[in-house]
Design a protein around this ligand. Sequence first.
Ligand code: PLP
Length: 279
Amino acid sequence: MARIPCVLSIAGFDPSGGAGIQADLKTCAALQVYAATVVTAVTVQDTQGVRKVFPLPASLVAAQLDALALDMALVAVKTGMLATGETVEVVAAKVREHSLPRLVVDPVFSSHDGFPLLSEDGIEALRRLLLPLAMVVTPNLLEAETLVGHPLQDPSDVRAAAKEIWSLGPRVVIVKGGHGEGPSAVDLVYDGQAFLELASPRLQGVAAHGTGCTFATAIAAFLARGMEPLEAIRQAKEFVARALAHAFPVGRGRRPLHHFWAWWPAPREGRVDIPWAGV
Ligand code: PLP
């Protein structure tokens, strides 16, 4: 009997269900791979923003990783929110120790509303220890600026940054243009040899939550299904665009993506009924 590929997500817990571990589980289910999850931190957040972050001890992250890696055939791994430098160090050491394959690193530095999700020493550890192990790294423009240490003002800056990040060790770098401006969101892919631009129409007025988590996990899922990185990136972009186009309101703030748009429709417009709040 053919086995369902297992993807491991190492990420933060989002009680509002839109990002982190929760987005990763939904992404894997929608893309028909199994997801195992290692929790790095518990956040307090709702659809309007992150309020608090409680990192778990790095030793607990290590123990979760050991248990899963010794038990399951993990075919691809995605890292999201890692919270502390110690946790980044532990994750890098365990990826090496267990020879975990097809690592997708989403360099999560802060939330949409600017709440820090990785410490300063964590950012440095990620550059030094985790990026050299990555098959794919998925910074947005702001994260790319942090990784290279200066602002990216025009397309030639973004290309130079992609090359610089690539020189830190990942096989493929994709700088996401979703936070930029203009009618289309252009992602820049660099694999050490050539640049590739992937454009999609920018959806005006959709304030969504969990887009980055979903994208990186979708890449890991498609890698686990046997695709090469460039094809996995293309397919993941298509999946995110559709899930974003079907995002639906659940609270007063940002909308979670609709990962299961192909299975069941969700109303796309209309106010959210929160009767007890009198709105
Ligand atoms: N919370 C967790 C646990 C996350 O992993 C992330 C992003 O990766 C966020 C919040 C922030 O998500 P967003 O930037 O979509 O608000």
